[in-house]
Design a binder for this molecule. Structure first.
Ligand code: GLN
Length: 514
């Protein structure tokens, strides 16, 4: 089936994945590509429309990110957002320069409601701005369709050529009617039908997996996390008992998690999967001995994972396909999708080490954002409790222990984390906080307990709110809850004598603590 598609051309802006998510919320499929992508390739994808994102450059400067001017001649509607808007104007003969007044934050914009872009949008509407440059004069043939007191061209259009430019960020939720504007672009201007629906996605995926796999044998790496669980159930529905799920207990899971995974996916669970649990805790600790650098830890854990699978695969006989729960943000963050820098390697994306002898990799969730994975999971009939689980990274506690990983430290962080989660749930906060966990810092310091000197580790508590896991803000946990957790952790977890609460947002931090 040919899916209609919007292309998002990435100029390195920080909200780019949000643009994609908003478009998909309109039931229109979209993909992110770097601005360096060849025009030929863009044309061949036959997009219904193109969105140019924001970006850090100034388009008039030497070496600034640019696009082929012929992009505007494809006959495909183009919407430029912020940098994208400036670039469109600059390329087509308008003038962009340093703004006498920079705009940052919520600004009231006056719109021309006769523009298709602003159909059903209020005349005065609050928008999110973040720019140092501005469009001084729109390109010839363009009509100004929005302004603010400091920004003469907050939006412009050339209707005949289907070109639209917006200085603000409709993708950010602070832009009150932003989703409406993006929806107007994809429906009113690009003429999309809106065929990106989760039930259809699940059904089509199951069908195409079945075709691709044929009679082949499939091995699935099950971690018990949301992504691999959804991938496993989808595969099970597609190929039944040709599928074997291998669950590696690498000793870096949350407290009791190994048993919980086995309960759900094991022989006594509802899914009747071919399920193999491999207990290789010691083997992983051995490999991680003396390793402190987080990227190296991720690599070691990832590679060891693959080796364990390989060994299991050999026991099963021929294995043709390996399933991985890669999701779209992994693809983009690994630098394969858009323009964003490689922030950290995801052991489940892209190239495998050459010693792996599986025929092919299947990544049934590669196109989905996290919230879409959850919706697919519900569509597949997986219980909500499982589907809405706290996210947990593949390398597990290996990257929630700063510095060297040891069995002893794993125990500390597991116990502290279990206490933290328990208290958060007791306080009724478990549904409202995006993600929360305990990490073990590599810091030891002096304390006193029962009149005795201690020299123990410090636990860091982390809690963030995020919709999309690309940006995050620290959650405001009531102080009494934090104090309670601190008390319990220090009393109950041997080896810990201090507890910190991490206030850092993302950016500049990451959600994990490694
Ligand atoms: N760098 C450009 C400016 O400062 C565009 C910013 C953006 O895309 N958010 O105006």
């Amino acid at each position: 089936m040919k899916r209609e598609k919007i292309l998002i051309i990435d100029f390195g802006g920080q909200y780019n994945q949000l643009v994609a998510r908003r478009v998909r919320e309109c039931n229109v499929y979209c993909e992110i590509y770097s601005y360096k992508t060849d025009l030929e390739k863009i044309r061949d994808m036959k997009p219904k429309g193109i969105i140019l994102t924001g970006g850090p450059n100034s388009c008039y400067e030497e070496g600034a990110a640019a696009c082929d001017p012929a992009l505007f001649e494809l006959g495909v509607p183009v919407l430029g957002l912020c940098y994208g808007a400036q670039l469109m104007m600059h390329t087509l003969g308008g003038h962009v320069g340093k703004a006498p007044v920079r705009e940052y934050g919520k600004i009231e914009v006056t719109t021309d409601r006769s523009s298709k872009l602003f159909t059903n949008v209020s005349e005065k509407t609050v928008c999110w701005m973040s720019h140092n440059d501005y469009i001084e004069t729109a390109a010839p043939g363009f009509q100004i369709i929005a302004h603010t007191p400091d920004c003469p061209v907050a939006a412009a259009q050339c209707e005949e050529r289907q070109l639209y430019a917006i200085q603000f960020h409709p993708e950010v939720l602070h832009t009150q009617e932003g989703t409406k504007m993006l929806s107007n672009f994809v429906y009113e201007i690009c003429g999309c039908a809106g065929d990106w629906k989760m039930d259809a996605f699940v059904e089509n995926s199951i069908r195409s997996i079945r075709e691709r796999v044929g009679k082949g044998r499939v091995l699935c790496a099950l971690s018990g996390g949301v992504d691999s669980s959804v991938a496993a159930v989808m595969m099970a529905k597609a190929v039944g008992d040709q599928l074997t799920c291998v669950f590696v207990d690498h000793g870096l899971l949350r407290k009791n998690e190994g048993d919980e995974v086995e309960e759900v996916f094991g022989p006594n669970g509802p899914y009747k999967l071919n399920f193999i649990r491999v207990n290789v805790q010691e083997r992983f600790y051995e490999k991680l001995k003396g390793v402190e650098e987080p990227e190296q830890k991720r690599k070691i854990i990832g590679e060891e994972f693959i080796r364990v699978f390989e060994e299991e695969a050999k026991k099963i006989g021929t294995v043709d396909f390996l399933v991985q729960g890669t999701i779209y943000p992994d693809v983009v963050e690994s630098g394969l999708g858009g323009e964003s820098a490689v922030i950290k390697s995801h052991h489940n994306v892209g190239g495998l080490p050459d010693y792996v002898d599986f025929k092919e990799i299947l990544e049934p969730l590669r196109d989905l954002f996290k919230d879409e994975v959850r919706r697919a999971g519900l569509e597949l009939g997986i219980p909500e409790k499982l589907v809405c689980r706290q996210p947990f990274p593949g390398p597990g506690l290996g990257i929630r222990i700063v510095g060297e990983v040891t069995a002893e430290k794993v125990r500390m962080v597991q116990d502290a984390d279990a206490i933290y989660r328990e208290e958060i749930a007791k306080a009724g906060l478990d549904k409202s906080i995006g993600q929360y966990f305990a990490a073990l810092t590599n810091m030891r310091s002096v304390g006193v307990m029962g009149d005795e000197r201690t020299y123990d580790y410090a636990v860091a508590l982390r809690a963030v709110n995020t919709i999309d896991f690309m940006t995050a803000e620290t959650a405001e946990i009531p102080f009494d809850v934090l104090v309670k957790v601190m008390n319990r952790v220090i009393n109950e977890v041997e080896g810990v004598n201090r507890v910190f609460y991490d206030l850092t947002s993302k950016p500049p931090g990451t959600i994990e603590f490694e």
